[in-house]
Write a protein that binds this ligand. Sequence first.
Ligand code: URA
Length: 276
Amino acid sequence: MPINRSQLARQLRGHVELLAAGGMREVGVKPRRSVKPQTAKAPAAGNPAPVKSSAAPASPKSAAGFKPVIVPSVALDELKQHASPQARALEPVAEAVRVCASCGLCETRTQTVFGTGDPRSPLMIIGEAPGGDEDVKGLPFVGRAGKLLTDIIEKGMKYKREHVYIANVLKCRPPGNRNPEPHEIEACRGYLEMQIEVINPKVILAVGLFPAQWLTGKKIAIGKLRGEVHEVNGRKVICTYHPAYVLRNYTVETRKKVHEDVLLAVNILGPGPLVG
Ligand code: URA
């Protein structure tokens, strides 16, 4: 889907803020061929010209015109407790999320919800977006749906929840728990991509329609995406129903399908402990 100039500018701004929060002060940009020669000495071919980043992590009003809520990050505190290279690599990403002002959700959030769990985990579970409880606590899946997810992990898969890494497609709560909008998903895309790259999980379990479509790139119903192992960019992706959907449709049939789906992951990963 084509995006307009202001969406592009917002995404670019978010990306530069992400890089700046990660400590990057210069970005290599190859000059376009059509650009007229400049009076200053042009950089040698293949030698990118440095462009200064002026991104300020916590400006009161973002370039995109938003006034972000910026408060300390629960996820950053949690990552500091972990002594792994993955945790160190995630810290700048969590910092970039903490100050993110890439879409309007930054104005209505209580705080960002970056992710939780062990960044060394071979299993990543990806949900849709923080709900009310998550927005208050700064952690994913801590409400009713989260309790069911914990049961699925601990009773169904026989893993410890703290050995799994859990995150969402969106890092901020959509007001009233409405569905994420396409531009919000795009604005947040880079953060989840970096989380996946750093954690490098063997298996990703997508819970719900939005993460399932995000991960597989297939815009089809969750009922058609579940029940099989998808190979996506060399990773194994399994899709299943969202725990909130299961709570609303608490039938033997729905629970059986979720159980079958998570066993696909267990068959690949083997018995726990997942890390240790
Ligand atoms: N639903 C989600 O998709 N994610 C959460 O973190 C909580 C509820």
